[in-house]
Design a binder for this molecule. Structure first.
Ligand code: 3HC
Length: 294
């Protein structure tokens, strides 16, 4: 099945990126937010991203206008009724996901594929909110969506093979490399990444090295684009804490247990770059300074 019309629920950091790349790939995209203010913020961030590409000379002004012309914002879920594929990128709360998927299941025709961008919730559980578990799967994108090349395509035990193939074709169409995986919490990337990030915090707690030295070790010693503590700030300490707790709950393995320091930083609201403070202080965003820990 050719996917031409795409719906995106949520126009935050991930949803806006997903909407942008789908429109850039030639799809008609309708993106839905809960109110006009949040929707406008999301659309403005897409405009800013597209303008940056125009300024760099990698996108023509004409192409930018065409991409923008394929992007439609709405606050009404009903406007997603004609979509071939709908991707949810809303808050990671099962109750909120249930509300959206139950409503969309009633609104959308039988052929519409439902996909969640969740990083930690069960795709299988979300599929049970609908009458189409065979047309439900996960499409997990990475931040920043326009830059990161990967999409995890997550099938459940009920996902139709053809639906998985359509999702893989869609991932190629938006210029990404798909990897196939099954519905186990964390999928492939977070299963490997989260214990690594948590271990970096444990190393800091145990005095193995300073914030900068731990980051530089992995950047310069292993060629990672960001050190683990910088990446934690980038992803959001609250987000990693939330994912780690869900993974620990699922597997009951120590490597997924959030270290005490992470919990305390989240309690303080030191959630990373978006909060202005995490393992680094972003008072001057161009020159983040490592925080001192008592
Ligand atoms: N949106 C769009 N483009 C962006 C961007 C953004 N938010 N941030 C950076 N870019 C673009 C820049 O414009 C630049 O493009 P160019 O090469 O065409 O000029 C390119 O990305 C490189 O950016 P910079 O030169 O400014 O900075 P860096 O070279 O340091 O790259 C980075 C920035 C791409 C974020 C890089 O540091 C990186 O890859 N970091 C790791 C990110 C990562 O691991 N993401 C996954 C997080 S885990 C996740 O999302 C899963 C979830 O479940 C938790």
């Amino acid at each position: 099945m050719a996917i031409e019309k795409v719906g995106v629920v949520g126009c935050g950091l991930m949803g806006s990126g997903i909407a942008q790349i789908a429109a850039a790939a030639g799809c008609q995209v309708t993106v839905r937010e809960v109110n006009a203010v949040v929707l406008e913020q999301g659309l403005q961030s897409i405009d800013k991203n597209l303008q940056r590409l125009v300024d760099k000379g990698t996108l023509s002004a004409g192409d930018r206008d065409q991409i923008r012309g394929r992007l439609h914002g709405t606050t009404n879920l009903e406007d997603l009724k004609d979509c071939d594929l709908i991707i949810d990128a809303i808050i990671e709360q099962l109750a909120a996901k249930r509300e959206v998927w139950t409503a969309l299941d009633k609104i959308c025709p039988k052929h519409t594929i439902f996909a969640s961008n969740t990083s930690s919730l069960s795709i299988t559980e979300m599929a049970t909110f609908t009458q189409r578990p065979d047309r439900f799967l996960g499409l997990h994108f990475f931040n920043p969506v326009p830059v990161m090349k990967l999409i995890e395509v997550i099938r459940t035990i009920a996902t139709d093979k053809k639906v998985e193939e359509d999702a893989v074709a869609f991932a190629h169409r938006v210029g990404k490399t798909p990897v196939r995986t099954t519905d186990r919490t964390g999928f492939i990337v977070n299963r490997l990444l989260v214990p690594f990030l948590l271990d970096a915090i444990r190393a800091l707690e145990e005095g193995v090295g300073s914030i900068e030295d731990i980051d530089n070790s992995m950047k310069l010693g292993c060629g990672h684009p960001m050190g683990p503590l910088t990446l934690l700030d980038f992803v959001g300490n609250d987000t990693t804490y939330y994912i780690a707790n869900i993974m620990f709950d699922e597997f009951k393995e120590k490597r997924f247990a959030p270290p005490p320091l992470l919990k305390r930083m989240v309690l303080m609201g030191w959630n990373g770059r978006k909060a202005g403070k995490g393992f680094y202080d972003y008072s001057d965003p161009a020159k983040p300074k490592p925080i001192s820990l008592a």
